[in-house]
Ligand binder design. Structure first.
Ligand code: NOJ
Length: 568
């Protein structure tokens, strides 16, 4: 998609307006090579002045996204929610959270994004609802039919005072909460997120109807939250000692009765049928934490979902040998089912890339929550972190397939690691008994302009999470003026990607020193140096783009270069 063909002008407050020459077309399979920008709506831009991001703010900033050159946005849950887990606790799947706006505004932002050439993906949360959802409210009131839509069970032990099984919540503590009437209900996440019972046909029918509700509004697809969790093993058996349900956010190499059950695939076959009723094509992207890429590929069979996040890239340390393995594995498995590889460097659940790369790098894939603990004890070198994050972005954007960019990565933001404890909202903080600070540090509202908080994020004085005092140089407006900024690197990268990599064909590794990952795709080459010494680039190759300035014949440490090398 040629969004770099749009023209733009800077308006006085530093924002951009655009004059799109090209709107969304029904071109086939745009999603196979798309760059998808993740909008964590609560922290993207605030149009109402209450310190919380919203649809009005997103509408204002569509020109920024069009100029960046993204093909699509994925909007994190924007439905009515008590925000027990940042909106992943949905109270009504067919409406908009009042803090974010109205359904009428949702219609507008979908239409305006399309006009700007940007597709719109929403986030569907089918594993659990909010405890404020009317079905759960009815279940709590004792309605037996309503209880069938969730997992209610008597407890174990003489008085039923033990949870029905040994499953642990992903956020910490037991995955069961007991009600005053003695029954327990299952919640693999926070107590405010009761798990649906997907054996109940009413649940299946309801979600197919919700999909159609939003497809009718023109949304182009859905990211599926906890796609591997919907179906539980018959009878909800114990996981057994050492096999609790917690490690869903890290790679777990063994099966567990709460996750990745074969029955889940029938649900997605039904969803695909709903999507297939629509033109242009509607697509799905699964968030499925499964033991390996072979299990992941099952979600991508031809009558199921089109894409699934491949998270190993996000967990890979800055080491060429591990990056090469991760890339090979992802490409091979995606190819085995004819799906595009789907690269994720960052999202709203993990520590920001700059910070992840700012400390010593392990020699294995990172287990995200464990790393947060270690990082608190090791000082961060943000200069190195940013340098590597820029290099990693160029690696990600040169790979075949789809790339997801989390908001703020294009500004090179670091994790806010010093949030005061009393402002933390992530349920992980409480449920871990304050042993894990959780994910708020990557969810701090974006800095848009100016030298002090709220940095153009809001017209109000405060923001729902406080912003650091040193973000003046990180704002989009400041970076717009600096040709070497991370924002301008991303803009150029997306433009060169569209012209070069998107149609470049298969990846072929180039033999290099172990600390270098280099590949060619057709006439283009991508060289990544994760080592400490500079490496020679191939003679005669022309540098199209590099993550550091002044590259010609050698590539310094912690840098990536894109080369044009016809015939070599
Ligand atoms: C994955 C989401 O990305 C995360 O933010 C959320 O807490 C869990 N699913 C539960 O919905």
């Amino acid at each position: 998609m040629g969004y770099h063909q749009t023209t733009h002008r800077v308006v006085p407050d530093g924002r951009l307006t655009l004059n799109p020459r090209r709107a969304v077309t029904s071109a086939e399979s745009w999603w196979q090579t798309a760059v998808v920008y993740q909008v964590y709506i609560r922290s993207f831009a605030d149009g109402s002045g209450d310190g919380v991001g919203d649809i009005a703010g997103l509408r204002d900033r569509l020109p920024y996204l069009a100029q960046l050159g993204v093909d699509a946005i994925w909007i994190n849950p924007w439905y009515p929610s008590p925000l027990a887990d940042g909106g992943y606790d949905v109270a009504d799947y067919r409406d908009i959270e009042p803090l974010y706006g109205t359904l009428a505004e949702a219609d507008l932002v979908i239409a305006e994004a399309h006009e700007a050439g940007i597709r719109v993906l929403l986030d569907i949360v089918p594993n659990h609802s909010s405890d404020h959802h009317q079905w759960f409210v009815a279940a709590l009131a004792g309605d037996p039919k309503a209880r069938q839509r969730y997992h209610f069970r008597p407890g174990r032990g003489p008085d039923g005072e033990q949870p029905p099984n040994d499953w642990q919540s992903v956020f910490g503590g037991p995955a069961w909460t007991r009600l005053p009437d003695g029954q327990w209900y299952l919640h693999l996440f926070a107590p405010g997120q009761p798990d649906f019972n997907w054996e109940n046909p009413e649940v299946r029918a309801e979600f197919e109807d919700v999909l159609a509700f939003w497809f009718d509004k023109g949304v182009d697809g859905f990211r599926i939250d906890v796609a591997h969790g919907l179906v539980k093993a018959d009878g909800l058996p114990d996981g057994g000692p050492g096999h609790d349900a917690a490690p869903t956010l890290v790679q777990h190499n063994e099966s567990h009765p709460a996750w990745d059950q074969d029955g889940v695939h029938e649900i997605y076959r039904g969803w695909r049928k709903v999507a297939n009723r629509y033109a242009p094509e509607r697509i799905f992207i699964a968030e499925a934490w499964v033991p390996n890429n072979e299990r992941l590929a099952r979600y991508l069979r031809p009558d199921e979902l089109q894409t699934a996040f491949q998270f190993d890239f996000l967990r890979a340390p800055w080491r060429a040998e591990i990056l090469r393995t991760v890339v090979d594995d992802a490409v091979t498995e995606a190819a085995s089912v004819g799906a595009p590889p789907t690269w994720v460097l960052s999202n709203h659940d993990v520590t920001r890339t700059v910070t992840r790369y700012a400390r010593s790098q392990p020699d294995h894939l990172i287990e995200t929550d464990w790393e947060r603990t270690r990082w608190a004890e090791e000082p961060a070198d943000y200069e190195t972190g940013l340098r590597r994050a820029r290099a990693a972005a160029l690696l990600q954007l040169a790979l075949p397939g789809t790339a997801y960019v989390y908001q703020g990565e294009e500004l090179g933001l670091e994790e806010v690691e010093d949030l005061p404890n009393d402002v933390r909202e992530d349920p992980i903080w409480e449920q871990s008994g304050h042993t894990d600070v959780g994910r708020d540090g990557c969810r701090v509202p974006l800095p848009w302009s100016g030298d002090a908080a709220p940095y153009g994020f809001s017209t109000g004085a405060t923001t729902w999470l406080p912003q650091p005092s040193n973000w003046g140089s990180r704002t989009a407006a400041a970076q717009d003026l600096d040709p070497d900024s991370t924002l301008n690197l991303y803009r150029r990268a997306l433009s060169v990607r569209a012209a070069t990599w998107v149609d470049a064909g298969e990846l072929e590794w180039i033999e290099t020193a172990p600390e270098v990952a280099a590949f060619r795709r057709g006439d283009a080459q991508c060289w990544v140096n994760t080592g400490t010494a500079p490496v020679n680039l191939p003679v005669g190759a022309e540098v199209m783009l590099a993550s550091v300035a002044g590259i010609s014949t050698t590539l310094p440490s912690d840098a990536t270069a894109w080369l044009s090398a016809p015939g070599s």
